[in-house]
Ligand binder design. Structure first.
Ligand SMILES: [Mg+2]
Length: 368
């Protein structure tokens, strides 16, 4: 073993993959999802990270962040991460810059764990062997059949005891259909499964409170982004008026964002996305901020990307088994598994995060 390993190369590529059916939430619709993969090399070892976003992440990695990171000590991920953050000052830490940063940071953590021949969750310091997930999808554009098939696929085939559907269709202009779909979801999953909803910021404050009041007999446990995540007073008002836990945080790119959200008592559970907020380095710090406010964190999307960090986070509630990303991750990476019984288990033997890019299988989706 050598503690002198240096980072020899960092390279990103983008793959734009069609969804298996049109997807929509309360405030956006899409037919493709772009996976940005970063690979970091040291000696013969390769670490892999990824994010979901714009192909514009690729030139940020290859043209800026790689120059900052190459030549640094591969074991000193924190130094590399700090240097990348500083290099983004004039490019912007939010959005594309943050997603590019996140993918490189995760590649570096994977690289370090592989160099040390350790599973990543053991390198980080594991607190659990398995990580709870909830099924997530239930797109507003699904018909009754699609919704039922997806929900029962999670609850019956995989035995996942928590599911989430999208509501707030067309910026909150279809609340009758939102309620009908919540009823349909409850009927499909039965009484024993927890029902979560996500409005993606589509409602106004009082509208959000009325919607869950009208759904009182459905036992909604989780109300995500009932109003815009930028409306911290509104989130707090909804949280104070409903039984469900209010959650938000998926658009957080730096620690001050999460601190403001916690300080405003805007959420009952803080969401964070390691593919946006700055990778595993920042995820762990976000979880510490939440812990200081007595809050759990829940990982937003990209379940496999979060798995090892989640296993090393004491105040972790669950991972989001998001239909769009799980489909892509099962297709693009060897080593991924299904969450039978409602939990994922990080491989206790494989070095790094244990996921290997199936480059040949996704080459046809590559953007060039
Ligand atoms: Mg959401």
């Amino acid at each position: 073993m050598s503690s002198d390993w240096t980072i020899a190369e960092v390279k990103a590529g983008a793959y734009t993959i069609p969804t298996d059916a049109p997807e929509a939430d309360g405030t956006l619709s899409w037919n493709t999802t772009t996976l940005i993969v970063v690979q970091a090399h040291s000696a013969e070892t390769v670490g892999t990270g990824w994010t979901y976003g714009s192909p514009a992440c690729v030139p940020v990695v290859n043209g800026l962040l790689a120059d900052v990171v190459v030549g640094r000590a591969a074991l000193d991920v924190t130094a590399a991460s700090d240097a990348m953050v500083k290099s983004l000052r004039n490019v912007g830490r939010q959005g594309i810059g943050g997603q590019a940063l996140s993918a490189v940071d995760i590649a570096l953590w994977d690289l370090k764990a592989r160099l040390l021949d350790l599973p990543l969750h053991r390198l980080l310091g594991a607190v659990r062997d398995t990580v709870a997930v909830y099924g997530s999808g239930g797109f507003t554009c699904y018909d009754d059949h699609q919704l039922r098939e997806q929900l029962t696929g999670w609850t019956q085939r995989l035995q996942i005891p928590r599911v989430k559907i999208k509501i707030g269709e067309s910026w909150g202009t279809c609340t009758d259909r939102d309620l009908a779909r919540m009823v349909q979801a409850r009927n499909a999953i039965g009484d024993a499964v927890e029902l979560y909803v996500d409005a993606n910021g589509a409602y106004t404050r009082k509208q959000a409170i009325r919607v869950v009041a009208d759904a009182a007999d459905l036992e909604v446990r989780w109300f995500e982004e009932p109003v815009s995540s930028d409306d911290l007073d509104g989130l707090r008002a909804v949280s104070g008026s409903v039984h469900a836990d209010v959650a938000a945080g998926e658009y957080g790119y730096d620690l001050p964002y999460f601190r403001r959200m916690c300080q405003a008592q805007a959420v009952d559970c803080l969401q964070a996305d390691a593919s946006r907020c700055g990778g595993i380095t920042e995820w762990l710090r976000v979880a510490a901020v939440a812990a200081a406010y007595g809050l759990d964190v829940s990982a937003h999307c990209a379940p496999n990307l979060h798995l090892h960090a989640a296993a090393a986070t004491p105040n972790l509630r669950h991972l989001e088994w998001f239909h769009d990303h799980t489909r892509i991750e099962l297709m693009a990476f060897d080593g991924t598994t299904l969450p039978l019984g409602g939990a994922l288990r990080p491989d206790p033997d494989a070095p790094g995060h244990g996921f290997t890019l199936r480059a040949a299988d996704i080459e046809k989706y590559r953007d060039d």
